[in-house]
Ligand binder design. Structure first.
Ligand SMILES: Cc1cc2nc3c(=O)[nH]c(=O)nc-3n(C[C@H](O)[C@H](O)[C@H](O)COP(=O)(O)OP(=O)(O)OC[C@H]3O[C@@H](n4cnc5c(N)ncnc54)[C@H](O)[C@@H]3O)c2cc1C
Length: 383
């Protein structure tokens, strides 16, 4: 008989929604708590590869996701006057499939909506576990007891902070901060983009999926930057200060940034932990092993991690000790490799603007450089 069926998942992102789907599939009863009032609408495009596509296929989502594919072609490297001096081949920066994160989240939510209880607009605020269960206190709702708790609440995971320790112990900045926002596609880009690089900074604008929109990103090198994570005005001020005096379209991008409704700003960081489990609590996706945007692997890790965690719980008939250990075994080598890719990607940021020769070499070697060892994607029988 399967035990530990009542599972609380903190976070309705890629990882949390995928886990809700697979837990229900295996006969568990998931509850998902999400701090936002609904699943998140905002976000950049994410690309993913390999076994992540198999997970989507097993959820009957591969075709709908393929239909959203907005993969970019080659992009232009431009100087301060906007003159193209090199072409960045798509092979250097694109994965097997690229889709807007918001649309992927909506597809996952549609697939998982009927399979789980949802508590939107709330967050866990305290956790206490004993040998039989986990008592959870919420910011808004009444306290409840669950059999297991999964922290799928992203890079700044509340679950990790409450159960494993403060963020400083596990989150390692890669020394780059990034702002992303959408804006009118006033350059008339179509499945392409423009990139401008100056020492310690990079700015780009790429076509978005539809509707005459584009998205811009402003990256800059910074260590130990201190700011309020919830104060967008302060963050925009920091970005504007860093990019003052830069060429290309940067002045216009800074103006658009202030008007954007979906401004996002954060450090490029990794989460490095010796273990992702503590008793009846387990971390999933960015919360436990963020590989940083420079890896291009975070979405894949979230999808595969969720599939494996649910499958191992089913295989162990709810024995969380055995299941969590097996989940770590399957995921650990894969995560280690992806985090190395993420660090290499960040190192390239600190090199001088690439010449066409360098870009051509990067494109020619991309399959070897970006290919990582395949994760074993087991078949978990439904019990
Ligand atoms: C700029 C950028 C570009 C990226 N590009 C790529 C890419 O090209 N390819 C790729 O594979 N990956 C990319 N990623 C990474 C990818 O987005 C993440 O790795 C992936 O979304 C991880 O999914 P997740 O579910 O673990 O976390 P998230 O998607 O962050 O979801 C976490 C969820 O938890 C919720 N939450 C947070 N705190 C609480 C709380 N206290 N209580 C309840 N809910 C909470 C959040 O609202 C959110 O819904 C990129 C990331 C960034 C930032």
């Amino acid at each position: 008989m399967t035990t530990n069926k009542n599972v609380l998942i903190s976070g309705a992102g890629i990882a949390g929604l995928t886990l809700a789907y697979w837990l229900d599939h295996h006969g568990f009863r998931p509850t998902v708590i999400e701090r936002a009032p609904h699943v998140r609408h905002g976000g950049y495009a994410v690309d993913f590869r390999g076994e992540a596509l198999d997970v989507l296929d097993r959820m009957d989502l591969l075709e709908p996701v393929r239909a959203l594919d907005a993969a970019m072609g080659d992009a232009a490297m431009v100087d301060a006057e906007g003159r193209q001096y090199a072409v960045l081949p798509a092979a250097v920066f694109a994965g097997d499939l690229e889709v807007p994160k918001a649309k992927l989240t909506q597809l996952l939510y549609a697939a998982a909506r009927e399979r789980s209880e949802y508590l939107f607009g709330d967050s866990i605020s305290a956790v206490e576990q004993d040998s039989c269960g986990v008592d959870v206190t919420f910011e808004n709702g009444p306290p409840r007891r669950f059999d297991l708790l999964v922290g799928a609440d992203g890079l700044h995971s509340r679950t990790r902070g409450l159960v494993f320790g403060p963020e400083e112990r596990f989150v390692r900045s890669l020394g780059i901060h990034t702002a992303i926002f959408s804006l009118p596609n006033y350059l008339g880009l179509h499945r392409t983009g423009q990139l401008y690089v100056s020492p310690g900074k990079a700015a780009n604008m790429f076509a978005d999926d539809a509707g005459g929109r584009a998205r811009a990103a402003l990256h800059f090198a910074a260590e130990g930057l201190e700011y309020d994570r919830y104060d967008i005005t302060e963050q925009q001020h920091i970005v504007a200060e860093r990019f003052t005096g830069e060429g290309w379209e940067v002045p216009r991008l800074l103006a658009e940034m202030r008007a954007a409704e979906d401004f996002w700003f954060d450090a490029n960081a990794q989460v490095v932990m010796d273990t992702w489990t503590s008793g009846r609590v387990v971390l999933l996706g960015d919360a436990g092993y963020c590989a940083a945007p420079t890896s291009g692997r975070g979405t894949s890790q979230a999808l595969i991690g969720a599939y494996v965690l649910a499958g191992e719980l089913a295989q162990a008939r709810g024995n969380h000790t055995a299941a969590f250990a097996a989940y770590e075994n399957v995921m650990r080598p894969f995560v280690t490799e992806h985090q190395a890719v993420g660090r290499e990607g960040a190192e390239r940021f600190f090199m001088p603007a690439p010449t066409q020769e360098v870009l051509d070499v990067l494109a020619a070697t991309a399959p070897e450089r970006t290919r990582t060892e395949a994760v074993r994607l087991p078949d978990y029988a439904v019990r």
